[in-house]
Design a protein around this ligand. Structure first.
Ligand code: ARG
Length: 244
């Protein structure tokens, strides 16, 4: 995360570190006690569940929980050239016992309003500058939703933002996800103080450049896919609060 601040334990209780051979590789989000939502491109080099673990807790050096991975489901139509359908699910070997500091994020309704200009937060252990190193303590960045039309302007992404994508950033740049944040959440809080995952860190032109905001997988476009893969029925909302 570029231009963010250090997170406190329990602030983003759904955030996990997806670790390949025990090195941080990507972020992810618990969507219930068995499944982590993340990005397909995280598994381009290796999609063998045996080589992966997930950890919970703000420190990757001293995690609060280690989780074994049973299965990795990558979207069949993920296209690396265009970043289309950059979404994957990780099924854990054992179900997680939730605590106040470790629990799931809500999935949005298909119709959930995500207005341009509204505030969102992106979190992760990614680099604090382009081509920088990942960090051992979780960080958070505050950004705003940008409409696909604005994001597709010629001086911005010039048509590369497809309907399954969502842009978020700040007008002058300077706050963004970066390498190592991929797969992690972009979340928004509603009036009931419930937190929803609206995006998955996917791609961007470097990090934090003006007119080159972060591009996220638009979660509302993949609810049917998530339902098909997991069998989760998400009609009711649980009262998951953000702890400060
Ligand atoms: N693809 C990167 C990763 O694997 C994340 C890119 C996000 N970039 C951005 N400028 N928001 O970690």
């Amino acid at each position: 995360i570029l231009g963010g601040t250090e997170a406190e334990e329990g602030s983003w209780p759904w955030q996990v570190s997806l670790r390949l051979n025990n090195a941080h590789h990507c972020g992810g989000s618990l969507i219930n006690n068995m499944w982590i939502l993340t990005a397909a491109h995280c598994f381009r080099s290796n999609s063998n569940p045996r080589d992966w673990i997930a950890t919970s807790g703000i420190s990757t050096t001293f995690p609060k929980l280690r989780m074994r991975v049973r299965n990795i489901l990558i979207h069949n139509n993920y296209k690396s050239a265009t970043h289309e359908n950059d979404i994957a699910l990780v099924r854990l070997e054992n179900s997680v016992t939730f605590t106040k500091d470790i629990h799931s994020v809500c999935l949005p309704a298909a119709t959930q309003n995500i207005p341009p200009g509204s505030t969102a937060y992106v979190t992760g252990w990614g680099a604090q500058e382009y081509a920088g190193h990942t960090v051992p303590e979780l960080r958070q960045g505050q950004v705003r939703i940008i409409s696909n039309d604005v994001c597709n302007a010629p001086h911005s992404y010039n048509g590369a933002i497809l309907s399954g994508m969502l842009c978020a950033g700040v007008p002058q740049g300077g706050v963004d996800a970066c390498q190592g944040d991929s797969g992690g959440p972009l979340v928004q809080e509603d009036s009931r103080r419930l937190w929803f995952i609206v995006g998955i860190v996917s791609w961007g032109d470097q990090c934090g450049l003006p007119d080159k905001p972060g591009v996220y997988t638009r979660v509302t476009a993949y609810l049917d896919w998530i339902r098909q893969q997991t069998g989760i029925e998400f009609v009711e909302h649980h009262h998951h609060h953000h702890h400060h």
